[in-house]
Design a protein around this ligand. Sequence first.
Ligand SMILES: Cc1cc2nc3c(=O)[nH]c(=O)nc-3n(C[C@H](O)[C@H](O)[C@H](O)COP(=O)(O)OP(=O)(O)OC[C@H]3O[C@@H](n4cnc5c(N)ncnc54)[C@H](O)[C@@H]3O)c2cc1C
Length: 357
Amino acid sequence: MAELVGPLMRGALASLGIDAVTPADTGRAPVESCDLIIVGGGPAGLAAGLYAARMNLKTVLVDGGPIGGQLLNTELIEDYPGFESISGGDLASKMGDHARKFGLDIREFEPVEAVEVRPGGTKVARLESGRELHAPALVFAAGGRPRKLDVPGEAEFAGRGVSYCAVCDGAFFQGQELAVVGGGDAALEEADFLTRYASRVTVIHRRGQLRAQPILQARARANPSIDFILGARVREIHGNGVVSGVRLERDHEERDLPVSGVFILVGFLPNSLHLPAQVERDAAGYVLTGRDLQTSVEGLWAVGDVRAQLTRQVATAVGDGTTAAVAVSQYLEGLRDRRRDVALSPARERASARSET
Ligand SMILES: Cc1cc2nc3c(=O)[nH]c(=O)nc-3n(C[C@H](O)[C@H](O)[C@H](O)COP(=O)(O)OP(=O)(O)OC[C@H]3O[C@@H](n4cnc5c(N)ncnc54)[C@H](O)[C@@H]3O)c2cc1C
C-alpha cells in the first residue's frame, strides 16, 4: 500500500498526531493526496515539476493531452538558450524525460475539469475521469492558445509561413515581405518589430479603424516599411509547400497580396476558465500574480502563458515554473511550521499555566 501524502505534509500531519497513510494509488484511488499538483505539462509546468520533484516534494503533474503544450505546435525553436536550433517536439521530450528522471509523476491525457479550493485551503484538481487530486499547493500552468482566423490554408501552412509569434519566428523572414493580420496593440507592436527583418510589412485589419493605442498607431504609421490595408478580410492563405500570398476581400472585391509569411495576431486565449472565481484575472482572462507568482488565493500559483506578463516565451515559462516551485517549497515549509506551532500551543499554554501557579 503506497503512502500518497508527500514527505513535507507527512511531517506536518505527524506533528499534529495525524496518521498520514491514505489509500493506495496503485490502480488510482478516486481521491489521491500529494504535496503539489501541477496542472499543465508545457514548459512552465514541466520546469515547475522538475524543480519540485528534485526538492523531494511529492508532485503530480496532469495534462489533458501529451506533455509539451505549445512546443508541439512549433516547428523549430532557435531562441531557447543552449539549443541553437531544436524542434518543438524534441525539446518537449527532453523536458519530460529530464523531469521524470527526478521522479516527477507525469500523467498525460488526464484533463482537469475544475480547480477548487476547499475549506481549510486544500487545493483540488477535479479530473474529467471523475478522480480528484488533493494537495496544499497547486501550480496552474495551463497556458493558452492563439486565436485563429479559421480560413483555408491557415492550418496547412502553420509553421511554413503562418505564425502566431513575431518574437519567435520573425528572424526566419530576413529581407522578405510579410503580412500581419490584426489591428490591436499586439498586431501593431509586432508589425513594428518585424520590420527589423522584413523588407515590407502589410498590416491587414478587418475594420476601417485600428484598435491599438494611439501611440502604437503613430509609431507604426511613422515606420516607412509598414503599409496598411484596412476594412479587408483574409479569405485564404495560399502557397506551394510554403506561403506565397494571401487572398483578401475588400468592398466585395477580391485580390491577392504576395507575401512569404503571415503573422496572425488577433488575440490569445489564456486557459484560465478552470480556476475558481476568487482567483483574480485581468480583463483578457490572464491570471494576476504577485512577485513569487502566487495568485490572489494562498497556495495557488499561476505560471507561463496563462498569467499576465510582458512576454510569452519558452524561456519565460521555464523561469516562471522555477520561481513557483521554489516558492511552493518555502510555502509548504511555512505551513508545516505553522501547524507545528498550533499543535504545540496547548502544551505550551499548560506549561506556562503550571509555571504561573
Ligand atoms: C506556433 C507557436 C510557435 C512558438 N514558437 C516559439 C519559439 O520559437 N520560441 C519561444 O520561446 N516560444 C515560442 N512560442 C511560445 C511558447 O510555446 C509558449 O510561450 C510556451 O509553450 C508556454 O508554456 P506554458 O507551459 O505556459 O503553456 P503551454 O505550452 O500552452 O502548455 C500548457 C499545457 O497545459 C495543458 N492544459 C491546458 N488546459 C488543461 C486542463 N484543463 N487540464 C490539463 N491540462 C491542461 C495543455 O494541454 C498544455 O500541454 C510559440 C508558440 C506558438 C503557439
